[in-house]
Design a protein around this ligand. Structure first.
Ligand code: CDP
Ligand code: CDP
Length: 208
């Protein structure tokens, strides 16, 4: 069984994907980390994605980088959203994600284009969403816990800019697959969101 989980920043898709993987005993790939790893490498090497797209796409990274906490910063998230708009960068990461999705026994992947591009045949597709204000509040809380001194307005503006970039790019834009079930987590606790996700997977996997 392939479970595709897509949605915008701080919608809760990562939390839900990890919980589903645990529940069903499936391996999980957070595909955002791949784009974050490219972005971190670009930032470190001082490449300009706007003029050096080939070099950016050719940017290899060691697998160990995927575990590095520095990938989780907002700065890297924003840079990931810029580099991920390049078709060459997306092409360079495509096979790795497809192989992960197609491993025997199944997998859970979360990102922006799993249900539409990486695994269009996935048995279960969830599109996780929440209002921009609530997503900004969640991200703001996380940043405060990390000791960052940033206003809620700034976090909201960043979330809106990232939504806009991710949904307006021409290659593999973030969008809900036609056959995806929508899970709005705006007014759900984490536990309630996970319960709802399991219920949707049960419904969908028995249908198909
Ligand atoms: O992966 P994505 O950026 O979509 O979101 P996440 O990292 O799973 O969740 C973002 C934040 O929202 C985390 O701090 C979660 O604990 C929190 N969250 C929440 O408060 N309520 C939910 N129903 C889901 C997530
Ligand atoms: O956790 P959060 O939603 O904030 O970010 P992420 O999932 O780590 O993704 C960072 C950026 O990578 C996103 O803003 C997208 O631009 C890009 N991305 C993508 O284009 N396609 C994916 N499948 C996953 C991430």
């Amino acid at each position: 069984m392939i479970i595709a989980v897509d949605g915008p920043a701080a919608s809760g898709k990562g939390t839900i994907a990890r919980a589903l993987a645990r529940h069903y005993g499936l391996p999980h790939l957070d595909t955002g980390l791949l784009y974050r790893a490219v972005a971190a490498t670009v930032l470190r090497e001082g490449l300009d994605p706007a003029v050096e797209a080939d070099a950016v796409a050719a940017c290899g990274f060691p697998d160990a980088l995927l575990d590095d906490p520095s990938l989780r910063t907002d700065e890297v998230g924003k840079a990931a959203s810029v580099v991920s708009a390049h078709p060459l960068v997306r092409a360079a990461l495509l096979q790795r994600q497809r192989r992960f999705a197609q491993q025997p026994g199944g997998a859970v992947l979360d990102g922006r284009d799993i249900g539409t591009v990486i695994a269009p045949d996935a048995q279960v597709k969830l599109f996780v969403k929440a209002t921009p204000t609530i997503r900004a509040q969640r991200r703001h809380l996380e940043l405060r816990k990390q000791g960052a001194n940033v206003s809620l307005d700034k976090v909201l503006a960043d979330i809106r800019a990232r939504d806009e970039r991710d949904s307006q790019r021409s290659t593999a834009p973030m969008r809900q697959a036609e056959d995806a079930a929508v899970l709005d987590t705006s007014f759900l606790s984490i536990d309630a969101a996970i319960q709802r996700a399991v219920a949707l997977v049960e419904e969908r996997s028995h249908d198909g």
